[in-house]
Structure formats: structure tokens, C-alpha cells
Design a protein around this ligand. Structure first.
Ligand SMILES: [Ca+2]
Length: 178
């Protein structure tokens, strides 16, 4: 599903899922973006963006937030204005984590999950998490600057087992590949 794509300006990552059955703990998926410094692109994130954390310069924003998956269409949407990102940053990794507040929950346990990465009306990648059904979180997109400064996209879905905090700390590491 990988589509090499050069010189991206503004991209959108959106996810959808079905609510839990009545009486069960809510299904809450979160989009998490981690921005990495140019001088240490595989080090610790410079900052995270998710429902509870904003980009200091407003270039990455969570436009829609859901804690239940209720409603039509995409439930949670993040916009990344890569062309506005400071030169101090060279890499952005985006993941999706399932909240584990009420016990371990994997992608297999949630109906109709989907993720789409788009630039304008062009779909860069689309996935249903079926390949990582036993995971509690997954990396879904990676954006990196090339030597000319343009941003390009690596589409890949890689599973992770852990809570959202552990995932956010680990998702940009070498173990997840490049
Ligand atoms: Ca959420």
C-alpha cells in the first residue's frame, strides 16, 4: 500500500471505527503524531500532537476528536501542514492507539476500523488494520524531508502492543523501521 509521494504540502490522516456494543466500555481510538528534530530524527519526539496535546506552532492539528466512534464517516481527523513545519523538524510519524483504560483492547475487537491518508483529494494510503488485528496500536504513516527539503510519505501499517503512552514514546524508534 506504499505510495512514494514527493513534496507534500498539507496532508490529512483520518480514522473511523464503530462504537462498542451497549453496556461495554467505549471504543476510543486516538490519532497521535510525533515530530522529530532534524539533528536527531530517530531520537525522542520534539513534541506530540493528540487529543490532549497541541503543536506549539499550530502546524499539526486534531480537527475532529471522538471518544466513542459514534456518528457517520470519519470519527477522528488530523491535519498536518508539512510545508509550514520549521526546518528544525525533519520527520513526523503518525500512529493510531486504542485507549486501554478499561482493559486490553485490540483492533480485532473493534468493528469497521479504517484509516486513510490524503493530500487534497488524492488518497496516499488506506488500510483497515486487519494485518495488525492483535495489536493495540499501529504506526500508519511516516513523513520525512529529503535533501531538498521536500516532504515525502512512507505508507506502512506496523502493529505495537502497549498503552498509548508507551506507543507514543516508541513509535518513531528504529525498531519500527524507516
Ligand atoms: Ca479518540
Amino acid at each position: 500500500m506504499s505510495t512514494p509521494n514527493k513534496d507534500l504540502d498539507k496532508v490529512e490522516v483520518r480514522i473511523k471505527w464503530d462504537p462498542s456494543d451497549q453496556g461495554e466500555a467505549p471504543n476510543d481510538l486516538d490519532i497521535i503524531a510525533a515530530t522529530y528534530p532534524a539533528d536527531e530524527p530517530y531520537g525522542s519526539p520534539a513534541y506530540l500532537v493528540h487529543f490532549d496535546s497541541r503543536a506549539p506552532d499550530g502546524t499539526i492539528t486534531l480537527d475532529r476528536d471522538s471518544r466513542t466512534g459514534q456518528g457517520l464517516g470519519y470519527d477522528e481527523v488530523m491535519t498536518l501542514e508539512l510545508d509550514r513545519l520549521s526546518d528544525a523538524y525533519a520527520r513526523v510519524v503518525v500512529g493510531v492507539a486504542i485507549q486501554q483504560r478499561d482493559g486490553r483492547k485490540t483492533f480485532d475487537a473493534i468493528e469497521n476500523t479504517g484509516v486513510q491518508v490524503r493530500e487534497g483529494y488524492t488518497t496516499l494510503a488506506e488500510d483497515d488494520f486487519s494485518a495488525v488485528g492483535g495489536a493495540t496500536a499501529a504506526v500508519v504513516a511516516e513523513f520525512a524531508r529529503d535533501e531538498s527539503g521536500g516532504w515525502h510519505f512512507h505508507g506502512t501499517v506496523r502493529g505495537f502492543d502497549g498503552d498509548p503512552e508507551e506507543f507514543a514514546a516508541a513509535m518513531g524508534g528504529r525498531a519500527f523501521g524507516a
